[in-house]
Design a binder for this molecule. Structure first.
Ligand SMILES: Nc1ncnc2c1ncn2[C@@H]1O[C@H](COP(=O)(O)OP(=O)(O)OP(=O)(O)O)[C@@H](O)[C@H]1O
Ligand SMILES: [Mg+2]
Length: 504
């Protein structure tokens, strides 16, 4: 095969950050008109490799050959001009701007001449409509981004990347917040782009997606390339084996928690918003793991946020250990030993320019104050170190800025933050989203262990295997209503799917 069979070659790429060798002599070759998946555990170097390609990071060693020519980009603008676009893992839209302004940022259509140029809003609107129409997306171009759901923002970013008409599109976990229909839709878009000769570099932790959409798969481990394989030769087990470097055996830990008496009783919970949750009743036992299943949009997050005092409720009652309560703010819930691990960690959960340590302690720092004004630094240190070790967070030190951690490792930090508050009731909203298989197992083990120690857990998850593998009971929701509660042991995927789509 000659060089020109590839639209892109990255040869011997190395990249160091202070204290970390993020990339060590990595080479990948990408064919035009193909989907090339990139897989690896959290912190393996996937995003870094793509940021090197996209001109966000400078490469320490190695070369990038694009369409047979060596290139060096000094920024994302350069890369875009050369026909590479990227959907980044961290979505960073400008919230108080319209969808169309976000879409054309830095390349607004203008009219007029020289210094008398004005943004051509009419053309911008038309162009935006045309793109959404072509991609069959239902988003209002004039609405502010702050009003969009995460899944719509992700769709908008997809449209934006496609709108550059690039020959290479990098997608770094594009489906992390998409509904199943939206994923299907994205796959149709990807197949069409592939037919047109576009190369897609696709990063995801979802094995099923990878096997379904990709032509070739490159697997990375600890900053090195393990190898590139035709997707047809791979299976889930083979991928895991190459990613982790060992056989995983079981995907879920054994559980020996025994659910006890009811600790939380929710009755007839109803939101003031018409499209949100209605008449939801359920209870939660001590030492129980209650899975909450449903399609994206089933209002599971809204329900739990309302329970936690983050949203208003119109009617309904809550009993906590026999006491009637309704939280008006999260701090009330926290003082009653409840914790909520939010779904959208990247926008609501992390403090990017604070150190990992501060992020771990954020929900709990008051308990480290001694003699009323001094922080007990030693205890801070011990607890942070223990948390980092327990969840195997990959970070050079606890002083590293949060924003320098890989996406999945940021997630683990937030998890440890809530564990330190020592809650009795833990609400986990998609606790393993964006987390690799090995780390998932670690998180499942922690959840199982918490339940065994008598903590009660509500786990919202869109991954059916996870729901089935971890729950004592499963509550299913559809369009704001509870459609059933199943016993974890006897529940089946089909039954959950049927209840999830009951009103559709
Ligand atoms: N700007 C940065 N400064 C310092 N270290 C960084 C920076 N960006 C990434 N790293 C480190 O480089 C390593 C690779 O991170 P990268 O984000 O590429 O992982 P990833 O494979 O994308 O993981 P994930 O699946 O969690 O997104 C990690 O150890 C990370 O902490
Ligand atoms: Mg990443």
């Amino acid at each position: 095969m000659t060089a020109s069979d590839y639209v892109l070659e990255m040869n011997g790429i190395s990249k160091n950050f202070p204290g970390v060798k993020a990339l060590d002599n990595v080479s990948i070759k990408v064919r035009p008109g193909s989907v090339h998946a990139l897989m690896g555990e959290n912190g393996a170097g996937k995003s870094t490799l793509m940021k090197c390609l996209f001109g966000i990071y400078e490469i320490d060693e190695g070369e990038v050959i694009l369409g047979g020519k060596k290139v060096e980009f000094s920024g994302a603008k350069d890369a875009l001009r050369s026909g590479i676009s990227m959907i980044q893992q961290e979505l960073l839209p400008i919230p108080y701007r319209s969808v169309m302004e976000n879409l054309w940022l830095g390349r607004y259509p203008v009219h007029g001449l020289g210094p008398f140029q004005f943004v051509n809003h009419k053309k911008m609107l038309e162009d935006t409509k045309a793109i959404f129409e072509e991609l069959n997306m239902d988003i209002d171009p004039t609405t502010w981004v702050v009003n969009l759901s995460v899944s719509k923002i992700q769709s908008m970013e997809i449209a934006k990347a496609v709108s550059y008409k690039s020959r290479i599109i990098i997608m770094d976990e594009p489906t992390s917040s998409l509904t199943e229909n939206e994923v299907e839709h994205l796959f149709r878009i990807i197949r069409k782009l592939r037919e047109e000769g576009v190369a897609i570099i696709y990063i995801s932790h979802k094995m099923e997606e990878i096997l379904q959409i990709s032509d070739e798969v490159s697997i990375m481990r600890d900053g090195q390339l393990v190898g590139t394989y035709p997707a047809a030769e791979l299976t889930t087990d083979l991928i895991i084996n190459k990613m982790v470097g060992r056989d995983m055996g079981h995907r879920f830990p054994p559980r020996d928690n025994v659910p006890g008496q009811v600790v939380l009783k929710v009755e007839d919970f109803t939101s003031p918003e018409p499209k949100s949750f209605k008449h939801v009743s359920f209870d939660l036992r001590k030492g129980e793991i209650l899975g909450v299943s449903g399609l994206v949009g089933a209002q599971r997050t809204e329900l739990m946020e309302a329970l936690f005092g983050l949203r208003p409720v119109q009617s309904g009652t809550v009993e906590l250990n026999g006491e009637r309560l309704r939280f008006k703010s999260p701090s009330e819930a926290i003082s009653r030993k409840m914790a909520l691990l939010t779904e959208e960690r990247r926008s609501t959960g992390i403090f990017p320019i604070l150190a990992v340590q501060d992020n771990v302690l954020a929900a709990n720092w008051k308990s480290y104050v001694k003699r009323n004004f001094l922080l007990d630094l030693k205890r801070c240190d011990t607890d942070v170190t223990r948390s980092i070790d327990m969840l195997r967070v990959k970070t050079p030190s606890s002083r590293t800025f949060m924003q320098n951690l890989s996406g999945g490792n940021q997630q683990k930090v937030i998890f440890s933050r809530w564990l330190l508050t020592d809650p009795e009731i833990l609400i986990l909203d998609e606790p393993t989203r964006g987390i690799d298989v090995g780390a998932k197992f670690e998180i499942y083990t922690i959840i199982a262990d918490l339940a065994k120690r008598g903590k009660s857990i509500i786990m919202i998850s869109s991954e059916l295997p996870e729901i089935l593998g971890m729950s004592d009971r499963i509550m299913v929701m559809c369009e704001g209503r509870m459609t059933g509660i199943l016993e974890g042991k006897s529940a089946s995927q089909e039954e959950i799917m049927r209840l999830s789509t009951q009103f559709m």
